[in-house]
Design a protein around this ligand. Sequence first.
Ligand code: GLN
Length: 551
Amino acid sequence: MTKFIFITGGVCSSLGKGIAASSLGCLLEHRGYTISLIKMDPYINIDPGTMSPYQHGEVYVTEDGAETDLDLGNYERYTSRNLSRLNSVTTGQIYSTVIEKERRGDYLGRTVQVIPHITNEIKRRITIIAENDDPDFLIVEIGGTVGDIEGIPFLEAIRQFRLDVGRENSLFIHVTLIPIVGAAQEPKTKPTQHSVSKLREIGIQPDIILCRTHEDLSKEMRGKISLFCNVEERAVIAAKDIKKTIYEVPVVLKEGGLDEIVLEKCGLEKKRIVFSDWEGMLERLFSAQEDVNIAVAGKYTELHDAYKSIFEALAHGGIENDVNIHIVKVKVENLRKDNLDESFRGIHGILIPGGFGERGIDGKVLAAEYARTRKVPLFGVCLGMQVMVIEFARNVLGYEDANSTEFDMDTEHPVISLMEEQNGVKNMGGTMRLGRQPALLKNDTKTYRAYGKERMSERHRHRYEFTNSFRAEMEQNGLLISATSPDGMLVESVEYEDHPWGIGVQFHPEFKSKPIRAHALFRDFIREGKLYRDRQNHAREGGLEKAQTSG
Ligand code: GLN
């Protein structure tokens, strides 16, 4: 029988419920249990696919091509699970299913209401995962904060769920914040008390409270929270701020005894934890002495979450190369020919991320040109690859107007275009290519060397493609096609022939990178960044020596 763990949040948003859920998953897996996770988002959008990254951060794509909340990325990075569209639920999806059923007449003339119809649909979505995957634990994270109007049906549904499956098979964990207030810098428990009382009003009594804190919780504070919130004292756990990386959180929670209490409350055996892979990864991360500076040349630079998986994958590449990664966010709209040197000073590798729309394209083209001509390691991801192709066509093939038809419908040199345009089809839908797609790598390329095999599969999220009629010309002039779809019809990656490491990929490798196993392309990109850094340092020292001897 699956045990259900529900995670709610109180006091304020951004407390790291997603990281807490992921970390618990990580700990339970390391104790030999199977897990699955669901994110329930109370917003009304069907999925975040159409939401602006400014609103929502990145859209995370699953193997089966669902456009989901970025917390699914955390779930996959901390655990061994590959999640699917079923693991991401929104109010929009729930309502649209219920309304469809209503239109079909499934409710036989009854009045359709939040309770029981909406709540039943929410419960059904939880049950599907339990039945399909049959995990030992199903961790269900409820988005938002207790007290949000939109969240009420979800809380009501999980309250009922406990009645359905029984106390011994379900657990409520509430994540709150202990703020530090006033001149005395005093930690305060009142907001936690209030948010728990709000939960209890709805009929949910948490079993465990995870308190985000700066410092350890004193015995006295723990006692106070326990008393006022009606939770055992040892189940009040401090989730202390981490020092260097969010990957410490599983260790912090383990020290707080979270996984043991969960197992105990679920009546399961406390199997020994085998945690050496995770701890080994942290040790490597902590002991790294050297730095590699990576510029991410994108347009959503103000918002860290917009390129979440990219930043994480770069960090993973750093772990495998024993270096600290310093990310420098370069806003592409500010790039001009005359400030490139200044903008990329001290940079050891440039990554151009994915994106949609024309804004910032010229700056991305300049960044690609800079990396190509100065031989700085370059990694183009999705739109980043398309930009590499456009830049190459403009500056090497000499087609000044070369472009993607996404940005210029009338260009004479549409080096990136919709497949339908390439096949002369009118009425172009331009449907998004989403999720896992297989590809074949070409021998003797750097891309192939990263994977070390001929066949691989990666996740996609794009409409536009490399235009096949330009293939031969590009390859003759030094832009190699290093991977294609198995039928050879779609270009999946390109690389510069005469360059230390310049690779563009049409897919999103960042979605498959994990802290304990960096994606091969990110691993190699950082390795090349490190080599580039060494060459630069060497050249600088050489220059100094020369200046000294000649002086
Ligand atoms: N806008 C481009 C396309 O649709 C690239 C998309 C992306 O970078 N995810 O093909």
